[in-house]
Design a protein around this ligand. Structure first.
Ligand code: NAI
Length: 336
């Protein structure tokens, strides 16, 4: 029976890369009935809302969504559709595996990091005030409930996936109360998992440590803001945003999406690299129990990248999105 999945093409390069990914999954023989919905700017134009009710209903029914990137205007406009979706569906985990892949030009070749970012609070609650002209305030919210929930999720993930160590990243030397609570809660939860090593680092130090030698780390657990920043840094260690996937997970629903944004500089030009969204889709296929198809597509990507034929520009090639897509489809076909 076909899986039903909500598809959010997004904007910018979103429609180009989601189209490529849908065709690649189809070529691998996985039957998916896509329920397509707009979010962000296209949804505002059509429904006057960045996250229309029909989209939320669709994800609640299907439980799983694949999402392209969505523009968030800087310093003005509506609340981020991404933040709204994560809040409304209580997707408290943002999982970002960062792994070196042969054939992708990068600074390191043995990186294998799992980044877990708390997805619902911190500075992303959107509580900002203009105190008086020229004076502003943004509020960082950290609760024991959310800190404990994400810490427990990370330790359980470590156990299930054979990970040995979790490094909690914070700035508790300055934000003694808020990040202090995040750190203390992590240390309490860690006592329940004596088989997993637990350590902590201050965020500025870990940025340097990661650039010096990322292989020293196994799993990182971060709050929402530091998680956003450090995961982009980590993407830079393995070849950039074009190859790093992501998943937003809760107890009931899951949205799979790449780490990167809408890439307005290349949107509509057929240059975009769909690999990060495709890797996100592989996480989705595993979530749906399609392990064999996910492994087959993974092997096809690895071989295509290693051969270096028809790669997109960000990977050092000259191919368009569609040429790269067709190369992958050919490789998948040879393994079916
Ligand atoms: P970006 O990730 O869109 O682009 C940064 C750089 O990476 C650009 O040079 C771009 O061309 C390149 N790049 C990104 N993805 C690529 C891909 N798949 N293939 C080839 N090159 C790629 O970050 P930026 O410019 O800061 O953000 C643009 C917009 O995206 C903003 O409105 C931002 O809010 C939004 N955004 C949305 C996200 C989401 O929907 N999950 C995540 C991050 C940003």
């Amino acid at each position: 029976m076909a899986h039903k999945v909500t598809l959010i093409p997004g904007d910018g390069i979103g429609p180009e890369i989601t189209d490529a990914v849908v065709k690649i999954i189809d070529a691998a023989g996985v039957e998916i009935e896509w329920d397509k919905h707009e979010a962000g700017i296209p949804a505002i134009q059509e429904f006057g809302k960045s996250v229309p009710d029909g989209l939320i209903d669709s994800i609640k029914e299907n439980k799983v969504a694949l999402k392209g990137p969505i523009t968030t205007l800087v310093g003005k406009g509506f609340r981020s559709a991404n933040v709204t979706l994560r809040k409304k569906l209580d997707l408290f985990v943002n999982l970002r595996p960062v792994k070196s892949i042969g054939g992708v030009p990068s600074r390191y070749d043995k990186v294998d990091l799992i980044i877990v970012r708390e997805n619902t609070e911190d500075l992303y609650t959107g509580i900002e005030n203009l105190i008086s002209p020229g004076v502003t305030q943004a509020i960082k919210v950290v609760t024991e409930r959310a800190s404990e929930r994400i810490a427990r999720w990370a330790f359980e993930y470590a156990r299930e996936h054979g990970r040995k160590k979790i490094t909690l990243v914070h700035k508790a030397n300055i934000m003694k109360i808020s990040d202090g609570l995040f750190l203390r809660t992590f240390e309490e939860v860690a006592k329940e998992f004596p088989d997993i090593e637990a350590e902590d680092r201050i965020v500025d130090a870990i940025c340097m440590n990661l650039v010096m030698d990322p292989t020293k780390f196994d799993m990182l657990l971060l709050g929402n803001m530091f998680g956003d920043i450090v995961s982009d840094l980590a993407a830079g260690l393995v070849g950039g945003l074009g190859v790093v996937p992501g998943a937003n997970l809760g107890d009931e629903y899951a949205i799979f999406e790449a780490v990167h944004g809408t890439a307005p500089d290349i949107a509509g030009k057929n240059y975009a690299n769909p690999t990060a969204l495709l890797f996100s889709a592989l996480l989705m296929l595993k979530h749906l129990g399609q392990i064999e198809a996910a492994d087959r597509i993974w092997k096809s990507i690895v071989v295509t990248l290693a051969m270096g034929n028809n790669l997109t520009r960000d990977l050092g090639g000259k191919a368009t999105t569609t040429e790269y897509r067709d190369e992958l489809i050919k490789e998948i076909g040879s393994r079916s």
